[in-house]
Design a protein around this ligand. Structure first.
Ligand code: RVK
Ligand code: MG
Ligand code: MG
Length: 308
């Protein structure tokens, strides 16, 4: 367990988010390399997940929902999706966090990517326990996203973060990485897109084809696969995130999710200084990653597992 990879995962989320946000707003792709510092709801909610896991030393839905609400109320301008602020209001009025409140907004619940975009700390916290990772990813999603496609997208993204944090970059075998994801994922739309990623990896396709096969929009199943592909089809943090953002569409979120996986793989040293330097709240994000890493180290010692 390398601290630099934990930090890379959280700083990577914020970096990809802020670059994508710029792309979505005002700048074209060529300028993306040199701008960007302000992150959006993706990172704000990821921070809420991290804070809650740290304060509770594990997952508690009520606690996490409270963190989301406090962070939202402090910074409601971060660009939240349509559903979450409404759910926050319902919880504040006394409704239970696990009451599948999103089903009162969307029939069958939300399948937006809002649960997957914030999941990185869960990927880190449960990086050595895929089944707990799955359970907690599902539960944490349910606060705002109870549709099975949103929950599965969040679990898949968390598992990609976990695989990345556990591997040496020089040992990254993209086909093996995909095989692990395929073994993990349960729902057909994701299985199909992982198959599509495999065939795309063989042929250096144009962006239009990638977008057609994997999507680049706000639904979890149309963005998590694009993030996985952006990571696997490139060779370092910078190329992965620039590619992710260049797909357009929901660029901040695809950037954030790609940045989480690539940051977990290549570590914080892999993130260019000109991006890290400008990033809002970088030191706080580093502290959160350090605290998660320390908790895991302590738990490992207590369980007699030793430290890597
Ligand atoms: C603004 C039909 C559904 C649906 C369902 C669609 C921030 C809706 C971040 C909805 C992310 C959108 C993003 C987002 C995260 C979801 N039927 N359409 N059952 N379920 N949708 O409101 O947190 O950017 O079009 O739950 O997932 O950067 O508006 O929000 O890009 O997905 O928001 O779903 O959004 P929400 P979220
Ligand atoms: Mg956003
Ligand atoms: Mg977005």
């Amino acid at each position: 367990m390398e601290l630099s990879k934990f930090i890379g995962c959280l700083i990577g989320t914020a970096t990809g988010d802020s670059l994508g946000a710029q792309r979505e707003g005002f700048f074209d792709f060529l300028e993306v390399r040199d701008i960007g510092s302000r992150y959006t709801d993706d990172t704000a909610m990821m921070i809420g997940v991290a804070e809650s896991l740290i304060e509770y030393t594990g997952f508690d839905g009520e606690h996490m929902a409270k963190r989301f609400i406090e962070n939202y109320e402090r910074e409601p301008w971060r660009g939240y999706g349509w559903g979450p602020p409404r759910i926050f209001r319902m919880i504040k009025s006394g409704r239970k966090w696990n009451g599948m409140l999103d089903r009162e907004i969307y029939p069958g619940g939300s399948f937006g990517n809002g649960a997957a975009m914030r999941i990185a700390p869960i990927g880190l916290f449960y990086c050595d326990d895929p089944e707990r990772l799955r359970t907690v990813a599902y539960q944490s999603s349910r606060i705002t996203h109870s549709h099975e496609l949103a929950m599965e997208g969040a679990a898949l993204e968390a598992y990609a973060d976990a695989l990345a944090v556990n591997l040496k970059p020089s040992n990254l075998n993209k086909y093996e990485f995909l095989r692990e994801l395929k073994k993990f994922v349960k729902l057909k739309p994701y299985q199909d897109r992982l198959e599509a990623i495999e065939s795309l990896l063989d042929k250096n396709p144009k962006r239009d084809e990638v977008i057609k096969k994997l999507g680049n929009s706000i639904e979890a199943f149309n963005s998590v696969p694009a993030a996985i592909y952006s990571f696997l089809s490139n060779y370092d943090f910078e190329s992965s995130v620039v590619y992710a953002v260049s797909l357009g569409g929901d660029a901040d979120t695809i950037g954030a999710m790609t940045g989480a996986i690539a940051g977990a793989c290549y570590g914080v040293e892999g993130i260019p200084w000109r991006w890290k330097d400008r990033l809002e709240n970088r030191e706080y994000l580093e502290k959160l990653a350090e605290k998660i890493w320390e908790i895991k180290r302590r738990l490992n010692i207590n369980e007699g597992n030793g430290i890597e």
